[in-house]
Design a binder for this molecule. Structure first.
Ligand code: ATP
Length: 174
């Protein structure tokens, strides 16, 4: 049996000193680093780098989820700009029923408004170990999932087509 899950998330852009950054998180999860075979050292763990996202609550619109999850997982407030893309993947639950899950995540482009990255609740710290501003041009080599790298690419394309977005962007880091 295949279960479906629907989530939504955001690419939060912020301009600082003339450069564009996006908010990324390191979820509390590790993946083994590719290490040479025949090494008897335990595999090194490397952090996952991902976009903020989460499950769409009952009665919530996906764009509202994106804004809410961005705020909860990163600590910043951001304004909705446009929808970017839906990404889809399968995974197998390693808890409970062990179901195979087909998941659709809708991603939106948001513009930073206020708040400090990493200013999150103690509960959220269990899920998010780190949050930081990543230069937009590094997104395609740093984000862990191919689907999210594609989403960051569409954010970059949107920005190129709408350079006026930077006119209203906050330019002072704090
Ligand atoms: P949410 O943040 O939507 O509440 P979650 O934290 O419960 O979700 P996911 O982030 O979807 O769950 O992770 C479930 C599984 O899917 C994990 O094994 C994760 O590594 C994998 N996964 C997460 N994002 C992607 C992606 N974009 N592409 C492929 N696999 C992914």
């Amino acid at each position: 049996m295949v279960v479906r899950e629907f989530s939504a998330g955001g690419v939060v852009l912020r301009k600082m000193r003339g450069r564009w950054f996006l908010a990324v998180i390191e979820p509390h999860m590790t993946q083994p680093k590719k290490s040479p075979k025949r090494s008897n050292r335990p595999p090194e763990k490397t952090a996952l780098v991902a976009l903020p996202k989460g499950a769409i609550d009952k009665g919530e619109k996906p764009e509202q989820t994106a804004v809410r999850e961005v705020s909860e997982e990163t600590g910043v407030q951001a304004n909705l700009v446009t929808k970017l893309a839906d990404i889809k993947y399968y995974y197998v639950r390693n808890w409970g029923d062990g179901a195979r899950v087909f998941k659709i995540v809708s991603f939106y482009l948001l513009l930073y408004r206020s708040g400090r990255l990493g200013n999150i609740s103690p509960d959220m710290r269990i899920e998010v170990q780190n949050a930081y501003w990543l230069p937009l041009e590094d997104a395609r080599k740093t984000l862990s999932y191919a689907g999210e790298r594609e989403v960051a690419k569409s954010a970059l394309q949107y920005l190129k087509a709408h350079p006026e977005l930077g006119d209203h962007a906050t330019d002072t880091p704090h």
